[in-house]
Design a protein around this ligand. Structure first.
Ligand code: SF4
Length: 291
């Protein structure tokens, strides 16, 4: 298989088979991310994809799902992406789901009709690392798009019938903008129809500009308690009829259908704010090595 390190796949999707369509990330400038530092973006040659498909077919010729890697395969233009998806479908005709992560900006160069075509070949579920719906925060972390872009591109996905996940990055605005980040993210997410909203807490990794800023006193990270309070504000305001999951250091199980469990999620967060061992959660966060 032609994989380039690091191989990151969404653990909530079936983790086999995986196939690399692109290498690295076209953007590579988010201030909290070191995932693909030093890995240049590259489109995987069709011959390599075909060789990988032969290997997959030898093990799992009846595969129903496949995850496309790396950070954002949808950065490819429609004309480049479509032949790659058609090739996958030719080798794995029983495929029902192609999953991929991608950036909001990768949708913008495709029309609704083109997105519909991609869905018909099998690309029917994507994960968008939105992180925030607050424009100040999006600029601050260098995401490379605005809240208006999020709304426009998510609405195109809805029209095309492609299901999508939206992520909220708890803590990424720092202390001063925590409230605006939570409130404005909920406002933007509420105007979309994600199949799932996922949340993760910010960890400042060595080598990230955000950690350098924190060391210079230009960014104030939230404490574990403040992270939970910010998440609670976001959840209180969120009204999406979707699934919900969170990677929280407390190991609280907050996953499942969102609206029927919203009150329970809020109560769990409130309990955590009052009772959890925040030092232990901070230790767990410090031991994390990747996003
Ligand atoms: S967070 Fe995603 S879009 Fe941003 S640099 Fe990392 S991989 Fe690229």
């Amino acid at each position: 298989m032609h994989f380039t390190e690091p191989v990151y796949r969404n653990p909530y999707w079936p983790t086999f088979p995986l196939i690399q369509i692109t290498q690295g990330c076209t953007h590579n400038k988010c201030k909290f991310c070191t995932m693909y530092k030093g890995v240049p973006f590259r489109m995987q040659p069709l011959e390599w994809i075909e060789e990988d498909l032969r290997e997959i077919c030898a093990i799992q010729p009846h595969a129903k799902t496949i995850q496309l890697l790396s950070a954002n395969p949808m950065a490819l233009s429609y004309d480049r992406l479509m032949p790659r998806l058609e090739l996958i479908k030719r080798y794995l005709p029983e495929l029902e789901h192609m999953y991929t992560a991608t950036r909001v900006t990768d949708i913008s160069n495709k029309s609704v009709e083109q997105l519909r075509d991609l869905r018909e070949v099998g690309l029917n579920e994507i994960s968008l690392g939105v992180e925030s719906g607050d424009d100040w925060t999006l600029r601050r972390i260098n995401k490379g798009y605005t809240s208006q872009d999020i709304l426009e591109q998510c609405h195109k996905l809805e029209e095309a019938g492609i299901a999508y996940w939206m992520t909220f990055l708890n803590g990424v605005a720092g202390r001063e903008h925590s409230h605006d980040h939570a409130v404005n993210s909920a406002k933007v997410f509420n105007q979309c129809r994600p199949m799932l909203v996922g949340t993760g807490g910010l960890t400042l990794f060595e080598g990230t500009p955000l950690l350098d800023e924190a060391r210079r006193g230009e960014f104030t990270p939230l404490t574990e308690r403040e992270l939970m309070e910010e998440l609670k504000t976001f959840v209180e305001l969120l009204t999406c009829d979707c699934e919900f999951n969170t990677h929280h250091t407390s190991s609280m199980n907050l996953s499942g259908p969102f609206l029927p469990r919203k009150q329970q999620i809020l109560e769990s967060l409130q309990y955590g704010i009052g009772h959890f061992d925040m030092d232990e959660m901070a230790r767990r966060r410090q031991s994390k090595r990747t996003l």
